[in-house]
Design a protein around this ligand. Structure first.
Ligand code: NAD
Length: 501
């Protein structure tokens, strides 16, 4: 792949890369970080260093939180008219669409995913999320209550609740779909009247800087959104444990989520955790098998398997097991692997060297555990973190490759005989994020809906997000929901009021 200077990029992308130095976005301004430590952002398609970012210190974090507090209380963002918030969110959606090529290029350069996918699912998806939540700003409601508290002298109660913004939000996000997830947190938090400090992942911080530019251009008051760059242990930790934070909304691994959850409980801070998954796909023999194979292949390998809801375990009814596994294998082998700006590319590189090593280590583990590697699993190309999609087959549901989240292009097939067995195998996991089922039988699909222990159940389709459709896991996959009305109300606190008159 060509270097950044040789690529013909959008003029805004070129000037963006010409003007990057150690900066955070605080009070709508680019502020130099007060730290000595830096880290490199690497293009995973050619291993070129494309930027250096600060590992912001607790002092930097403090400045961002103070700015968010001032915007909320002193400048009263929490009290601005809902229709004014709505206008800003619509403007943001428009700006994201206008800058779609530029944003998608930045995502492809730092994350590696194909440009077309970055543009469609991440950037246009984020615009859709801002537009969806713009409509909610003026529709946040409380309730009235007929309470039975006796009052003297024939006085009466007027009891009601109202939803108030929860306050200053710390939003900590991962690298796999960074622009979408930033929108999933920012749009509802802003719609609810909160202010935000966003900390993107150290692997993919640059698209959040473009987001900051658009926040300022849209006209959000200073301090309403602040973006702080850095790693997890220094910057992220300082943010989630800052006493000025009222709510932490975190998306990332279950291990990090647990640590953040403990810190939040100590501080009695609100918390939502969107964590890892090891989601099952179940294919019954009566399904449209061609469609099921297509969906299972896309469901695991899209974004190189770096999607939380990826169907990474496929349970296939015994009679059709060989046929479906063969079909999935052929489809996977036909996927075009290349850098994100190549034409018709399906799969880009893994996000970074350490993640490539983690995933290839799991392929070794699968082989050592006795699973049969049917296809793929080899590193390819001299430069860049490219990996062939890997497909295993086993009858042992307890293997590590079946139980642990790999977060890469690794699918494990397991045969089953009966629906009872399928339910048992699918639920035999610590996770509970998503699940997909393929069958033409409505009764069978409803039985699966009843029995599957997962926050999402998709029948005859891949799992795909929509702003109006709540996403959030059961079991070790998280606490709380993102998106939809629940995702909005997660950024509010309920005040119960009784007026005696
Ligand atoms: P990660 O947990 O390593 O990091 C996520 C974010 O947390 C990053 O910004 C990181 O810098 C920060 N962080 C790390 N340690 C921290 C600490 N001690 N305090 C505060 N912040 C800290 O996850 P990742 O590798 O970036 O992302 C992959 C994981 O995200 C996978 O497990 C995947 O399933 C999960 N994920 C879940 C969803 C969902 O909706 N449930 C969506 C996308 C990704």
């Amino acid at each position: 792949m060509k270097s950044i200077q040789e690529l013909s990029l959008h003029p805004k992308t070129t000037s963006f890369f010409n003007d990057l130095s150690k900066k955070n976005f605080i009070n709508n301004e680019w502020v130099l970080a007060d730290c000595d430590e830096v880290s490199e952002v690497i293009n995973p398609a050619n291993e070129e260093v494309i930027a250096t970012i600060p590992i912001s210190s607790s002092e930097d974090v403090n400045k961002a939180v103070e700015a968010a507090k001032r915007a909320l209380y002193a400048y009263e963002w929490r009290k601005i008219l809902p229709t004014d918030r709505e206008r800003l969110l619509y403007k943001m959606a428009d700006l994201i669409e206008e800058n779609a090529d530029h944003i998608a290029e930045v995502i492809t350069l730092e994350n590696g995913k194909p440009f077309a996918e970055a543009r469609k699912s991440e950037v246009l998806g984020a615009a859709k999320t801002f537009r969806y939540y713009a409509g909610w700003c003026s529709k946040i409601e409380g309730e009235t209550f007929n309470i039975s508290i006796a009052q003297p002298h024939s006085k009466q109660n007027f009891a009601f609740t109202r939803r108030e913004p929860i306050g200053v939000v710390a939003a900590v996000i991962p690298w796999n779909t960074p622009f979408s997830i930033a929108a999933w947190k920012l749009a509802p938090a802003l719609a609810a009247g909160c202010t935000v400090v966003l900390k993107p992942s150290g692997e993919t911080p640059l698209n959040s800087l473009v987001l900051g530019e658009l926040i300022a251009e849209a006209g959000f008051p200073a301090g309403v959104v602040n973006i702080i760059l850095g790693n997890g242990s220094t910057t992220g930790n300082a943010l989630v444990s800052h006493p000025g934070i009222d709510k932490v909304t975190f998306t990332g691994s279950t291990t990090t989520g647990k640590a953040i959850g403990k810190a939040a409980i100590d501080a009695i801070t609100g918390i939502s955790l969107e964590l890892g998954g090891k989601s099952p796909a179940v294919v019954f023999e009566d399904a449209d098998l061609d469609w099921a194979s297509q969906c299972v292949t896309q469901g695991i390998f899209r974004n190189m398997g770096q999607i939380c809801v990826s169907g990474s375990r496929v349970y296939i009814q015994e009679k059709v097991y060989d046929k479906v596994m063969t079909d999935i294998t052929h489809r996977a082998q036909k996927m075009k692997i290349g850098h994100g700006f190549e034409d018709n590319v399906d799969l880009g590189p893994m996000v970074c060297k350490s993640h490539l090593d983690t995933v290839t280590n799991y392929i070794t583990v699968g082989n050592e555990e006795g699973a049969t590697l049917i296809s793929g699993g080899k590193k390819i190309k001299d430069k860049g973190y490219f990996l062939e999609p890997a497909i295993f087959s086993t009858t042992d549901n307890n293997l590590r490759v079946v139980q642990e989240e790999i977060f890469g292009p690794v699918l494990v097939g397991v045969p089953f005989k009966t629906i009872e067995e399928a339910i048992k195998l699918a639920n035999q996991t610590n996770y509970g994020l998503s699940s997909t089922v393929f069958t033409k039988d409505v009764s069978k699909s409803m039985r699966m809906v009843d029995e599957l222990e997962a926050g999402w159940v998709w029948i005859n389709s891949n799992a795909r997000s929509d702003p109006h459709f709540p996403l959030g896991g059961f079991k070790q996959s998280g606490i709380g929901k993102e998106l939809g009305k629940e995702g909005l109300y997660a950024f509010t606190k309920t005040k119960a009021v009784n007026i005696v008159y």
